[in-house]
Design a binder for this molecule. Structure first.
Ligand code: TRP
Length: 444
């Protein structure tokens, strides 16, 4: 069977960046930062992205492009009759888990588009906007409905195939999202009292760095860069043999991180100005943003455009998640692409319903004190992704080895790359050690 490929170099960067940039940057990053001590979290996060982002991403690309297969098939092919495919199965499981709660939040973006068009935030006090957000959760069925719509949209794009599906959507809209974040940031930092928010975001209080801050930052870094579960192995398998893996990984990492920091510059000054607590979690984003739009010339239009772009950013991420499951079903279980997409989508929906409904205030649907929604988030970002990433770097550093690494990273000697030994050293020694240490300190 011939495999779909990305049409151009920009195509793969756009698609990988499309996967990386999403609710993780604009919704999850501020949540985690707000709950983990502000500037201290940002500092740890940036260090982790800087040291581990590119090496781990490269490792996934290398495995994928070498094997030309989905994550499970890739490990099977590169190390037949070994335990390594377990990492691939874990990735597929993780894709279901992330899809289940991610699609809940993605569904909200659709609700907020409708609200924005109906001008329903106009002139409202913060307390009213907060109450309406809580009421929306309590409706339950409406969340589930939007979630279903979102999963259906994802399935639709995935069904149409890689090259004309993912690539086309990602390329145009991401730069527009950046532009609108810059505009919002300018408004946010000029609000009264915004300075406190900037201090919270950028001034690290070193005494706040604890094991749980470290593991949260590690989890957020992997989550935001879509690493540790095979999305980038799958995308790597679509990268052409003459593409430069290193510059691709670098561009994706930089743009993703820039957008997360930009989101912080929008959210925190505004939250402090309006009196939203930095620990408000999802409310931090969904209540603060409408308040900013209320304070802006042309806020009505900006609000609509923003939530549309957020939905699109979420869509390019859910596409990448569903693609991992579908590629596995098609290539390993020999399903048709149509059935693979239908079954994968229904599976995500089946778990996702519980994630959405667990946020109603009266369900009591909790695991170890966390809502089902938060449990899924916790298990994926703080457990499965770090474990997946750990084994991925060990696989490239120790099992594939330096010769294969050099071949892939230089495209068989065609590219010069003076820092390739440094990157290999990080992949072989530093990354596994750092991930293991953070993981252990996070849970002890
Ligand atoms: N990175 C995406 C975001 O920030 C979410 C995502 C897509 C993801 N694919 C993933 C997270 C794979 C972890 C693993 O919104």
């Amino acid at each position: 069977m011939s495999r779909d490929g990305f049409g151009s170099k920009l195509g793969i960067i756009a698609a990988a960046a499309g996967s990386a940039v999403g609710l993780g940057n604009i919704y999850r990053f501020p949540c985690e930062l707000g709950n983990n001590g502000g500037g201290a979290f940002l500092l740890v996060y940036l260090l982790i992205v800087l040291c581990l982002g590119v090496p781990v991403m490269l490792s996934e690309f290398i495995i994928g492009r070498r094997a030309q297969k989905n994550p499970i098939g890739a490990f099977k092919m590169l190390r037949p009759r070994s335990g390594w495919p377990v990492i691939g199965y874990m990735g597929v499981l993780c894709a279901f888990i992330i899809m289940a709660f991610y699609s809940t939040v993605a569904g909200w973006t659709l609700e907020y588009i409708v609200k924005a068009i109906g001008n329903q935030f106009h002139g409202k006090e913060l307390s009213v906007i907060e109450q309406e957000f809580a009421d929306f959760h309590d409706m339950g069925w409406k969340n589930v409905l939007w979630q279903a719509v979102f999963i259906f949209l994802t399935g639709f794009v995935v069904f149409k195939g890689v090259a004309d599906g993912i690539e086309k959507y990602a390329k145009i809209l991401m730069p527009v999202l950046v532009a609108i974040l810059v505009v919002l940031g300018l408004r946010a930092v000029t609000l009264p009292g915004a300075k406190e928010g900037l201090t919270f975001l950028f001034k690290p209080d070193f005494s706040k760095i604890t094991g749980s801050v470290l593991i949260s930052a590690l989890g957020q870094a992997f989550f935001s860069l879509s690493m540790g579960m095979g999305v980038l192995i799958t995308y790597g398998s679509y990268i052409q043999k003459d593409d430069n893996l290193t510059t691709t990984a670098l561009s994706v990492t930089l743009s993703d991180t820039l957008i997360a920091v930009l989101a912080g510059v929008v959210i925190f000054p505004a939250a402090f100005s309006f009196g939203v607590q930095p620990t408000a979690g999802m409310g931090l984003v969904f209540n603060t943003l409408p308040m900013i739009f209320n304070q802006m010339a042309g806020g009505y239009f900006f609000c609509i455009i923003f939530f549309v772009l957020l939905a699109v950013a979420a869509l390019t991420s859910t596409i990448s998640l569903l693609e991992v499951i579908v590629a596995y079903f098609v290539e390993e279980l020999r399903m048709s692409r149509r059935w693979a997409t239908v079954i994968a989508s229904l599976g995500c929906m089946a778990i996702g319903v519980f994630a959405s409904l667990s946020l109603k205030s009266d369900t009591g649907f909790t695991i170890a004190g966390l809502s089902f929604f938060d449990s899924l988030d916790f298990i994926s970002a703080k457990v499965l992704l770090p474990i997946g990433a750990l084994f991925i770097v060990i696989f490239v550093g120790w099992v594939m080895g330096k010769k294969t690494f050099n071949e892939e990273i230089t495209n068989g000697g065609k590219l010069k790359l003076s820092i390739k030994s440094v990157i290999f050293f990080i992949i072989r020694y530093l990354a596994p050690l750092a991930i293991a240490v953070i993981f252990i300190t996070g849970f002890v």
